[in-house]
Write a protein that binds this ligand. Structure first.
Ligand code: NAD
Length: 500
């Protein structure tokens, strides 16, 4: 690789404050429509990853707090499940309106807590509004099989019912958006819920509750802040919770599924990813490089669908890599208020910064070259330079494990069968993309890839109408679309004997 391609990225610092102290939400649990104190005395420090400063402290909930929240949800559910789809839809539209009215403070709070560039947080809030609006409409259009006579003298009717009480656990990478992906369909389908945001990023979920507390019936939406192994596990094992949904890492998913097994409740898991990007020699390489700039490094690569593992045909590998590195070179890295042109923020925490740096250190020790980037940037804060690793051997750690940072690996292949086999070799099955100018290949290859979403000549384009979810180690269940509403409801067969 041409050594002139290697540059040290520069991090730009922030001026001014993002959020006034009066704009923080109440730092308490939200149960039965009001903010309440925790039964425990311990708290978690909430850190601004742009400068490592402590923003505030949030209570670590206990099993007792979860039990209180579940009891509140149960009381609310009796009336809530009898509301009509239209009544729920009207309420959810008003929730969307309220979020839209307060989009600015929600985006600034999200950037404060995650270090995301403001434009990224604004995009998250826009996606949140759209999720609520879509589910408000789609909940009214849920249908089931038509009634019919399938046994002599009997008419079958299929009812679609809410599941009941849902426990939800969300991650730190899109705190508000991932909460919306669960809250909106769960409410639209007529369920009540108790949600635990990530212990690192609870602020926008609490702010959402503050903003909409007068709209929803008390107890329909409850929030318990705290740690996964305590609050999350209690949600998963609680006998009065009918379904537990987690977005997070594979390990957390495994643990929730195990705990849920004791009460045989339904489980919905959106877990990690390691998206292969298969670029054939007939692809438009310049268009691919330009699209992948955003798809690989959006949210600083802390994105389960990130285009992080390029598999490119050996005949065009050098040309593609040069085009891609030129794209990556143009990134501006910095704090949320460091300028409208900032596109890359910090890693979420010091621990995650060390985790991502560790992958880069080990890659260097294995002799894997960085065409650009390759390590941390000067602090304060937890910044890593956007990185492209080239000549990556198949099967190596960086080509198989989810790094969850601004790191893209480039491997080569010789023919289509090899590309498909190598793309499928990871334990994950969330998303993938295929880049080709051949119409038949663009229909045929996606069918052979074991991923819940496969884009062709695109990557990381999402819409509320289409499902998001994985295969294999990436979990099961679908977010967004009518399929999420199906996941958060159940069918009942009622059969009427009309023999005379
Ligand atoms: P994480 O698994 O560490 O935490 C996610 C949530 O699970 C947090 O609220 C955490 O407190 C909780 N948790 C942790 N251990 C638990 C346990 N034993 N029982 C119950 N809950 C537990 O994940 P993270 O670091 O916050 O998020 C990053 C991960 O999330 C990545 O792997 C990423 O790919 C995945 N993710 C997936 C999607 C998707 O749609 N598939 C979306 C966003 C993030």
């Amino acid at each position: 690789m041409n050594p002139t391609l290697t540059t040290a990225a520069v991090r730009r610092g922030q001026k001014g404050g993002l959020v006034a102290s009066g704009e923080l939400p109440p730092l308490k649990h939200f149960i039965e429509g009001v903010f309440v104190s925790s039964s425990g005395a311990t708290t978690t420090k909430i850190v601004n990853p742009s400068d490592a400063s402590v923003i505030c402290e949030v209570p670590e909930g206990t099993a007792e707090d979860v039990d209180r929240a579940v009891a509140a949800a149960k009381r609310a559910q009796t009336a809530w499940e009898q509301t009509t789809p239209k009544e729920r839809s009207d309420l959810i539209h008003r929730v969307a309106d309220r979020i839209e009215e307060h989009a600015d403070v929600l985006a600034r709070l999200e950037s404060l807590n995650t270090g995301k560039p403001l434009a990224t947080s604004q995009d998250d809030v826009a996606g949140t509004v759209d999720t609520f609006r879509f589910m408000a409409g789609a909940g009214r259009a849920l249908t089931s099989m038509a009634a019919g006579d399938y046994a002599q003298g009997h008419t079958s009717v299929i009812l679609r019912e809410p599941v009941g009480i849902v426990g939800v656990v969300t991650p730190w990478n899109y705190p508000l958006l991932m909460a919306a992906w669960k809250i909106a369909p769960i409410l639209a389908a007529g369920n009540s819920l108790v949600i635990k945001p990530s212990e690192q990023t609870p602020l926008t979920t609490l702010k959402l509750a503050e903003l909409i507390s007068d709209l929803l019936p008390a107890g329909v939406l409850n929030i318990v802040t705290g740690q996964g192994p305590s609050v999350g596990t209690r949600l998963a094992e609680h006998p009065d919770i009918d379904l537990v949904a987690l977005t997070g890492s594979v390990n957390s998913g495994r643990s929730v599924a195990t705990a849920a097994g004791s009460t045989v409740k339904r489980v919905h898991l959106e877990l990690g990813g390691k998206a292969p990007v298969v670029i054939f020699a007939d692809a438009d390489l310049a268009a691919a490089a330009e699209s992948l700039r955003a798809a690989s490094y959006w949210n600083s690569g802390q994105e389960c669908g990130a285009a992080c593992r390029v598999l490119v045909h050996e005949s065009v590998a050098e040309q593609f890599t040069e085009l891609f590195v030129e794209q990556v070179r143009s990134f501006v890295i910095g704090d949320p208020l460091a300028g409208d042109d900032v596109e890359i923020g910090p890693m979420i925490s010091e621990a995650h910064f060390h985790r991502v740096s560790g992958f880069l250190d080990r890659a260097r020790q294995q002799g894997i070259p960085a065409a650009i980037g390759g390590g941390p940037l000067d602090g304060p804060g937890f910044f890593i330079a956007p990185t492209v690793l080239t000549d990556v051997p198949g099967g190596s750690e960086v080509s198989q494990e989810e790094i969850f940072g601004p790191v893209v690996t480039v491997e080569t292949f010789s023919d289509e069968d090899e590309a498909i086999a190598r793309a499928n070799e990871v334990d994950y099955g969330l998303s993938a993309s295929v880049w080709t100018g051949d119409a038949a290949r663009s229909l045929d290859v996606p069918r052979k890839l074991h991923f819940g979403t496969v884009w062709v000549n695109s990557h990381l384009v999402l819409a509320s109408e289409v499902p998001w979810g994985g295969f294999k180690g990436s979990g099961y269940g679908r977010d967004l679309s009518i399929y999420a509403l199906e996941d958060f409801s159940r069918t009942k067969h009622v059969m009427l004997n009309h023999t005379r």
